[in-house]
Design a protein around this ligand. Sequence first.
Ligand SMILES: [Zn+2]
Length: 237
Amino acid sequence: MKCATACCARKGRIAIGLVACALVALGCLWYATNSQAEPAKDEVAPKLAALPIQKNLSDSDRPKPRFTREEILARFPREKHEEFMRRAIANSRKAGVEYKTGGAFGAVIVAPDGTVLSDGVNHVVAQNDPTWHGEMHAIRQACALLKSCKLKGCVMYTSSEPCPMCMATAYWADLDGIVYGAVVADSKKYGNFDDAFIYEQLAKPPAERAISGQSLLRPEAVEVWKEYSERTDKVDY
Ligand SMILES: [Zn+2]
């Protein structure tokens, strides 16, 4: 009886030993698997560098802002920026709530010395004009005032992040920077203005857009370009 008890105890110790060995083995396997899934940091960089997008776009190829956000904000004290933005927001209120001329969009253009050159108020509905956005209005007015199609040195303050049309016009006008209040998601949520959809469309080839595009009579159209290129009095913009 005593011998049987000792034998059972020995078998128990062997079993515990086997379980312990199995746990150690499982632990080693887990470590090996996880250390493969998370490579050391110095292994990540070469893998990222091998991706096509990284190959094609070096740091020198990336477009840089002419003026960084910090440089734009450093032009005036914070209170002045807020004063310009509140004026743009007041213009958005005129458009969307007070006079109901269109969506709640408003803007102002500010000269380098802090002078407000123009106010822009959305009139899309009142004027049946899809181009009469607050930013377009402000840009047109400022250009008319300066008698120039360029607004170099100026900053636009707009109550909402610009749509692609106004953004493109800001490029044509050579604005130094844009400061906006609400973002695209806000105008979508509260006004159902889907600027994000247009931004996505512009990234597609013309044939794949919801509004498709194609070339017709290109040689005839190019004839005019040839005559234009020979003009010596043309204004480059
Ligand atoms: Zn716009």
